[in-house]
Design a protein around this ligand. Structure first.
Ligand SMILES: O=C(O)CCC(=O)C(=O)O
Length: 284
């Protein structure tokens, strides 16, 4: 359970770090599952519906950058997403009626792990209100050298521009004051709770140490997804009530919200942001 001052910090600063939330045995067990799930994947031969490989490798390269939706596909991840200890914490932030709605493992392998540009999660999946939290578990010790998460505190009250020529780029396209960034360095087993509008990013992993991260997201049951297209339907396939009651009234707390019109179909944030970087470089 969170102390009142921790709940206050989350609401004021837009994030909170809980050190040692998962014990060593739990971390090792998740890492072992990830090793099993990725053991045979190569660039040339992998299940692209379940995982995404790091680019810039030979066809026999084995470095994976993302596992898609582990809490939908694998029982051990699903059990964590529904665990009492975790939901008790989420309930303190979002109230008693809770939906789980997405998950991923970002691998950031040693020496190769991809950059994640500044973005606000809610811009990818607009909801009728902002009661949604991203939960990020470090499964390896994370610091600036292997691309720990960076956040901009107190910035969760405004939606930043993520568009170019009206199309969603998956990253902030206005100027970001990176001097305000806080590097969230923490040991494996730590859990970061991040408001869905907290701007965040992470550097490429140039170190010899991996930085594996399991990411889950929850929303209040009265934060309904705003439907845009088949992409919204596909995302919603992973949503499920995990505590309390379904709600039949959407709570609407925003006067307006930018709808993400994707420039073309992309597999993930990484691909979308790679396209955006090229587009922005071409403009300068
Ligand atoms: O892996 C990271 O450092 C951050 C990932 C992230 O923000 C995302 O996948 O939406």
């Amino acid at each position: 359970m969170l102390k009142p001052e921790q709940v206050a910090q989350y609401h004021e600063e837009g994030y909170l770090v809980l050190h040692d939330f998962l014990g060593r045995a739990a971390v090792d067990s998740i890492l072992a599952d990830i090793r099993d799930l990725t053991a045979t994947a190569t660039v040339a031969n992998h299940d692209s519906t379940r995982l995404e490989m790091e680019p810039n490798q030979d066809p026999d390269g084995k470095k994976v950058r993302r596992l898609y939706e582990p809490c939908t596909h694998y029982a051990s991840f699903r059990a964590l997403s529904e665990s009492k200890e975790l939901l008790d914490v989420i309930e303190q932030l979002l109230g008693p009626n809770l939906f789980f709605h997405l998950s991923k493992v970002n691998m950031k392998p040693a020496k190769l792990g991809s950059v994640v540009d500044w973005h606000q999660d809610l811009t990818y999946y607009p909801l009728t209100n902002t009661d949604s939290v991203t939960v990020l578990f470090y499964l390896d010790d994370a610091d600036a050298s292997n691309g720990c998460l960076q956040v901009i505190p107190h910035a969760q009250h405004r939606v930043m521009d993520h568009t170019l020529k009206g199309y969603f780029q998956g990253c902030v396209t206005e100027k970001v004051d990176a001097s305000k960034a806080v590097y969230l360095e923490a040991k494996a087993g730590s859990m970061i709770l991040m408001h869905c509008l907290t701007p965040h990013a992470s550097a490429p992993n140039l170190s010899p140490h991996p930085r594996t991260t399991l990411i889950l997201s929850y929303r209040a049951a009265d934060a309904f997804p705003i439907h845009l297209n088949v992409r919204s339907d596909a995302q919603e396939a992973h949503a499920r009530l995990v505590r309390g009651q379904e709600q039949s009234e959407a709570r609407i707390s925003l006067k307006s919200f930018p709808m993400p019109r994707f420039p073309r179909d992309t597999k993930s944030l990484y691909e979308l942001q790679e396209m955006a970087r090229k587009e922005m470089a071409a403009r300068t």
